[in-house]
Ligand binder design. Sequence first.
Ligand code: PLP
Length: 408
Amino acid sequence: TINLGAGPSSLPTSVLLEAAQGILDYDGTGMGLVELSHRSKTFQKLMDKTEADVRALLNVPDTHAVLFLQGGGTEQFSATALNLLAAHAVKNPDYFKSNGNKGPPCDYAVTGSWTAKAVKEAARLGATTNVAIDSRKVDGANGKFGSIPPVSEWKLSPVESKPAMLYYCDNETVDGVEFPNPGFPINDLPEDYRKEVPLVADCSSNILSRPIDVAAHAIVFFGAQKNVGPSGTTVAIVRKDLIVDPDQGVPNGGPRIPTTLVYKNMLDNGSLYNTPPMFAIYASGLVFADLLQNKGGVAGATERSEKKASLIYGLIDNSDGVYLPTVRQASARSRMNVTFRISRAGENKPDEALEEAFVKRCAESNIVQVKGHRSVGGIRTSLYNAVTVEETQKLAEVMTSFMEDVKA
Ligand code: PLP
């Protein structure tokens, strides 16, 4: 079965087989992985290797910690804002009082459903949020996500107001919108802003599919369940000098943070402050090792992602209007989540009956989970790392024959 679901998604078969073995008897211990003590030397060895592989794959510098957390990407919507506000309060003890008992601005680039949720959560927690750009509201958007406006159009908070962060999502899974290249928006930010303001990237659905400049970020986080492994762990790569004891910032207007969300607790305890999601970390570790040893690392994944995405978008663009991309800006079309509608040729309007027929046709070829997110509709084929070029070619064959039938 070719699983093109947006997440949880497929894992390489070799990894599943190895994970199954480890579940039964891990490394000759006579115990399954999930039966070990998380405080055992055996598990510590696994944690160390997993962290080392993340560092090697993503070029994580020593200035940054690699934390294995729970709570999913959603919990990081809260944790990123809370921890960076705490860091701000510790580093700027007089800020809150001199700013009329108001915290620093948190800037957000809202380019899809997940950043919309992230900013809503930060505001709910009491952060002073500033939506620097909302791509639903730019000319021609008609209230829909589907572009990434250039940084020159963003209303960033002034550097003098000492923003606590700028938050963006590198790939919006629901809407199929991805930042056009890995250097954007970093390279386009005003230099003083880039130097002073901590940059946060949600890379849940495109991590390890192309290089990312970790050193330029304060936080890069990703849930495992799309491009890595099963759900259950979220990796947060955090600049160490921004990891503080939040209680020290409370008298300065900083937030109180639930214990398990405090990055410092996780850093000080090697991500084992409390019982970790052992299986999710284990299976993710197998994927990291497989990518590193057998699949050419991130460079290999980048090449395959390009091939897969250009194959499907090429087909969409040459479909005489049968396949309609939902993302208006071609350069912002996601390599990971290819979203489109289906129309009768020449009508230029989504036809739900045709879309239903397409889903069925895919299922007949054992291609599953291609229905679009309910908020966008249509079709979404997710081409994460575990989806091979050959599997993508099968999808292309089905799309081609379906298109010919529609045109006939
Ligand atoms: N961020 C992105 C880009 C996502 O795709 C998702 C989940 O689909 C999330 C955040 C939320 O992750 P979780 O479901 O692990 O909380």
